[in-house]
Design a protein around this ligand. Structure first.
Ligand code: SF4
Length: 282
């Protein structure tokens, strides 16, 4: 009898150990896939609740009629962007970059503006930082192929990759506002200082804004570091991962089934040969 009890206890310990080991390696795999770094125990977690809106948070800068009243579809916005000459950035562009991603996106990713590679190809986040962004998103069960749309504050490349001027961001804001109105994302992830300051109408730095949720017209919005900043400074990858985990928690609370749907969609795509789902903005 005593021997049986010992066997049961040993079996339970073994099962628990296996579960712990699996959980550890799964976390390590996700992390290394995304960043090439081992995970670490992070003692501090910030409040993932909706915080007070800073002044001006209820709308991006700029004026003009926006949203579904002016644009009926993402395709229409893309066409207008490609023909737009509302600011000086049109003069230097090879291609405008309206945005791209899944038609049924429930998350909107907002960056600053196109770089050289994006300007050449007319798609957002296609260079090295785009590859890193895809890995970051994959780590929290998001992808531009299934549940994410990616857009920028300005749709044409600023020369020399300089920051967009306030007047350029304002001139372009009607397109981003309309994209938000049409997509109606459940949550918004903002990449980098420029985009965060623009969306939140604040001068706060990214180190103070990142990892916090704000309210953007009723939509939870969280800024984090831009992938290109992570490529420049490896030390930022860990805090960025902490931000992403907070964002994942928020998504789980908003859409409890989203990870399962993502996994099923990925399986389907893989069995269909990884076919690209063209974004409405492409
Ligand atoms: S950046 Fe925006 S406002 Fe300026 S030309 Fe391009 S699409 Fe038009």
């Amino acid at each position: 009898m005593k021997l049986r009890k010992v066997k049961v206890i040993l079996y339970r310990v073994e099962a628990k150990t296996k579960e712990t080991l699996f959980s550890f390696f799964d976390t390590a795999y996700r992390f290394v896939s995304a960043y090439g770094e081992p995970p670490s125990a992070v003692p501090e977690f910030k409040d993932a609740g909706i915080q007070e809106s800073p002044p001006g948070i209820s709308g991006a800068s700029g004026t003009g009629e926006t949203g579904t009243g002016k644009f009926r579809s993402l395709e229409e916005i893309s066409e207008k962007v490609k023909a737009c000459k509302n600011c000086g950035l049109h003069a230097g562009r090879k291609n405008a970059v309206p945005g791209a991603g899944a038609e049924q996106a429930f998350v909107l990713i907002i960056g600053e503006g196109p770089g050289a590679e994006e300007d050449l190809r007319g798609e957002p986040f296609v260079g090295r930082s785009g590859q890193l962004l895809d890995k970051m998103l994959e780590a929290i069960s998001l992808s531009r192929l299934s549940n994410v749309y990616i857009a920028n504050v300005v749709k044409c490349r600023p020369p020399g990759n300089r920051d967009p001027l306030p007047a350029e961001s304002a001139a372009c804001s009607e397109f981003l506002k309309a994209q938000i109105d049409l997509i109606k994302p459940k949550a918004i992830l903002v990449l980098g200082r420029i985009a965060a300051q623009n969306l939140l109408a604040t001068k706060e730095g990214i180190n103070r804004l990142r990892g916090r949720f704000f309210d953007y017209k009723g939509i939870p919005l969280m800024p984090t570091y831009h992938p290109s900043a992570l490529l420049r400074d490896e030390n930022l990858k860990r805090p960025a991962w902490e931000d992403l985990k907070l964002f994942r928690e928020k998504l789980r609370s908003l859409e409890p089934e989203y990870e399962r749907k993502f996994a099923e969609g990925k399986l389907k795509r893989n069995s269909a040969g990884g076919k690209h789902i063209p974004g409405a903005g492409n």
